[in-house]
Design a protein around this ligand. Structure first.
Ligand SMILES: [Zn+2]
Length: 394
């Protein structure tokens, strides 16, 4: 049976009067570090623990990618868990430890297998758990790289649990290494956590996760407004089976503009800071969620061209800082983004105003895009482009 340490040491502040403080009241008190906890050394204590995982590798704990590889001190080996739904990684110590940091090393490949949402707990009995840290919408840009996490904790526990509820974009979890670090209170850091806002409206939900140091983002409201006013229309017009709950992540470590996968849109912090009026980026990216379910081999330039065409029609920014690209002789139908989008708009204007909606449905049904051009317009995509090139006016 463990005895919990008292967390706060209340000492009359009057003893400091005249020494540390210029003014003070003799009746207030201050938190001081527990002198006994301060004797604890900063130390990686992972090797003192017994490891248990809720999903073992099919080859067993000692297999080539078994759970033992998570704690073997070697970042060139990894633990791989298949058929992920959620995953508990438990550590049991013989004597209670004061853990206030953990270190996670990414796998050698596929960042989709990285953890994205998790909680970290301590327990005296392995039954009742106290939450010590949590993260949501995490992304790790580098492979075989160690990321360190810190939190304040003045309670020694015999059990610790890393409980992962969501992976980045896969159904397999992997990690090269996970280490537990013991720390006296004076060495502990209170690392800032991501700021999370959740809202449901118009039949859809959004979790907005801000990983930047700023507590308020000038463009957050604009991105959320665009999502709640446009995404329900895209669902209704294109794909009633599309996901009704998405996650927006503001990421200071991403150097592009924005991208979509799974149920997530990642926005570069730098891009949004530089383009705070670009709310219609939401239309393009969430159209990619609508496009999930395309069958067969749909080329990327067509996916991007449709997304930009839809941005043109459904966007609400006025003016939209992003424009379709007027025809130039060096363009071709597979120019992607604004080039393909304007070609599609020309078809909608002159041939069939529902062309993009019908094309989207055809791609969802596994129909080859060129077959669809022939069926719908009576000519190949190349011949349609030639006609467009001769008179590209809208
Ligand atoms: Zn795109």
């Amino acid at each position: 049976m463990l005895k919990k340490k008292t967390l706060k040491w209340l000492i009359p502040l009057s003893i400091f009067c005249g020494t540390l403080y210029t003014s003070c009241s003799p009746h207030t008190s201050v938190d001081l570090p527990d002198p006994e906890l301060e004797t604890i050394a900063v130390k990686d204590v992972t090797d003192d623990a017994q490891l248990r995982v809720s999903i073992e590798n099919p080859d067993g704990a000692t297999g080539q990618e078994g759970s033992n590889k998570l704690v073997d001190g070697d970042t060139t080996t990894k633990y791989l868990a298949k058929e992920f739904k959620s995953l508990n990684i438990d550590f049991q110590f013989d004597t209670a430890k004061l853990i206030a940091s953990y270190e996670f090393t990414t796998g050698n490949d596929f960042d989709g297998r990285d953890p994205m949402d998790w909680k970290f707990y301590g327990s005296d009995d392995g039954q009742n758990w106290t939450e010590l840290d949590s993260h949501m919408g995490m992304q790790f840009r580098k492979r075989r790289t160690t990321y360190k996490f810190y939190f304040k904790n003045e309670q020694q526990f015999t059990y610790y649990r890393w409980s992962i509820s969501k992976l980045y974009n896969d159904n397999m979890f992997q990690a090269s290494e996970f280490r537990l670090i013991q720390m006296p209170p004076s060495s502990q850091k209170d690392a800032p956590r991501e700021k999370i806002d959740s809202l449901s409206k118009n039949g859809v939900s959004l979790v907005f996760i801000n990983h930047s140091d700023k507590s308020e983002l000038a463009y957050q409201e604009r991105l959320m407004n665009t999502y709640f006013s446009v995404y329900p229309k895209l669902i209704a017009d294109f794909n009633p089976d599309a996901k009704k709950k998405l996650y927006f992540i503001i990421d200071p470590t991403y150097e592009g503009a924005a991208y979509a996968f799974g149920d997530v849109v990642v926005f570069s912090y730098d891009y949004m800071e530089g383009n705070p009026t670009d709310g219609d980026v939401v239309v393009h990216e969430t159209m990619h969620h609508i496009q999930q379910g395309y069958q067969g081999n749909v080329p990327g330039w067509l996916v991007e061209g449709i997304a930009d065409n839809v941005r043109y029609h459904y966007g609400i920014d006025d003016p939209d800082p992003w424009t379709l690209q007027d025809y130039k002789p060096e363009h071709n139908f597979d120019g992607s983004y604004g080039i393909t989008a304007r070609f599609l708009l020309w078809i909608e204007t002159h041939k069939n105003e529902n062309f993009v909606k019908e094309l989207d449905r055809a791609l969802r049904n596994g129909i080859n895009y060129n077959d669809f051009f022939r069926q719908s317009l009576g000519k190949s995509i190349e011949d349609t482009w030639s006609e467009y090139a001769q008179n590209p006016a809208l």
